[in-house]
Write a protein that binds this ligand. Structure first.
Ligand SMILES: *Cc1c(COP(=O)(O)O)cnc(C)c1O
Length: 393
């Protein structure tokens, strides 16, 4: 390994350590949940009420307070973010043999949710400025391959309908939603936002997840707030929200004792126990986001003088939740990336590269795609570093 490779790796590990100050041999995780509010009270209250499962007051309360926080009409909570995304896709009409445009650089859940509907992901490239879907490149790609017929959009190369477009706000940084919404409208392709990573992120003052017809959130243990496992569907369309509620609760028709169901549906609702945790976490969220923001500022200052990489800042006009703080290396030299991950982890600082792009995974290798040069490059240059709010000293 060259001495400059080792030097940068050591410098990165030292710089992270100067911000997060690891104590002795304790490992600094990437993102840890924090339960410093009324979590215990609410969870115990749910247990005492015996309403721990499919119905209960905390579910209703969490849905209302979440919709308020996100500035949308309705929120419907689910067992996890992947399930939320699955339902969003079904509700905009995605089905068997359709195609759905998603970024190749995303967590596998985005692609899997598409596959659950029987549709095929169609991979779009990302851009360096937002780490998300590049609207300019997508516009040129659609001009090349798409055509409109009978109010829908079709891929002329595969003959399949393009039934959805799903931008994802990578590590909490909002994509260029204005341009993507224009594309969605121009080509009659409904937009669903994968906002799993962007609770607390805003695009021109408006919360992410509320721009598409529907948006999906995740409350997995490593996200900005957690319900243990959980997710939510956001929408400004009350009729769609009612459908979401129905289809996530086995399509049971309301009746005091009868079990009647009017379609094949899903058991995707969030249990009351998890919602109790969610209500408490949401109370803590603004304060937690403020601390995460401060931590990101510290990292930005600390890395300002380090050559060979930059700290990823929120895109212009946006407020990011800085879910995972991220470094972007100048070089896509694999040895450099490995050396930095080695040095950081050897210093008990958890850090990890971006996901392998979806088109490189065996199950999605044959999916349609555009040129993915930027996504491929980014995947070799991105490093996530510790981001828990409690790391702020
Ligand atoms: C976390 C996440 C999801 C959903 O994850 P669940 O673990 O199912 O809650 C979906 N998409 C992205 C991009 C994510 O990061």
């Amino acid at each position: 390994m060259s001495s400059s490779t080792t030097a940068l790796a050591d410098k990165v590990a030292q710089t992270i350590a100067s911000v997060v100050r690891p104590v002795d041999d304790a490992f600094v995780p990437l993102h840890e949940p924090e339960f410093s509010g009324r979590e215990r009270d609410y969870v115990l209250d749910a247990i005492d009420s015996t309403f721990v499962s499919s119905v209960g007051a905390y579910v209703d309360r969490f849905e209302e307070e979440l919709a308020d926080f996100c500035g949308v009409k309705r929120a419907v909570v689910t067992v996890n973010g992947t399930a939320a995304l699955h339902i969003c896709l079904l509700l905009v009409g995605v089905g068997r043999k359709d195609e759905v445009i998603i970024p190749s650089l995303t967590f596998v859940a985005t692609a899997n949710a598409v596959a659950y509907t029987g549709a095929v992901p169609h991979f779009a490239d990302s851009e360096e400025a937002t780490l998300g879907m590049d609207p300019d490149k997508l516009a040129a790609h659609l001009d090349r391959i798409a055509e409109q017929r009978g109010g829908s959009c079709y891929n002329r190369e595969t003959g399949r309908r393009i039934a959805g477009i799903v931008p994802m706000h990578t590590y909490g940084h909002p994509v260029r939603l204005t341009e993507l919404m224009e594309l969605s409208k121009k080509w009659s392709i409904p937009m669903v936002e994968d906002a799993a990573e962007s609770l607390g992120s805003y695009h021109r003052g408006k919360h992410t997840g509320g721009f598409g017809m529907l948006g999906a959130l995740s409350f997995n243990g490593n996200k900005v707030m957690t319900t243990g496992g959980g997710g939510a569907i956001l929408t400004n369309d009350s009729a769609l929200a009612d459908c979401a509620k129905h289809i996530t609760t086995t399509a049971k028709l309301p009746h005091r004792w009868r079990y009647d169901h009017d379609q094949i549906a899903y058991n995707y609702r969030m249990p009351n126990l998890n919602a109790a945790l969610g209500v408490a976490q949401l109370e803590q969220l603004p304060e937690s986001l403020a601390r995460k923001r401060k931590l990101a500022e510290r990292y930005a200052e600390a890395f300002a003088g380090v050559e060979g990489l930059r700290f990823v800042a929120e895109p212009a006009g946006c407020t990011s939740n800085y879910w995972l703080n991220t470094l972007l290396l100048e070089s896509s030299d694999e040895a450099q990336l490995e050396a930095i991950l080695d040095a950081a982890n050897a210093n008990h600082i958890m850090s990890r590269p971006a996901w392998s792009p979806m088109h490189q995974l065996p199950m999605y290798a044959d999916s349609p795609k555009m040129n993915l040069a930027v996504a491929d490059g980014l995947a070799r240059r991105l490093i996530n570093i510790p981001s828990s709010p409690q790391l702020l000293h």
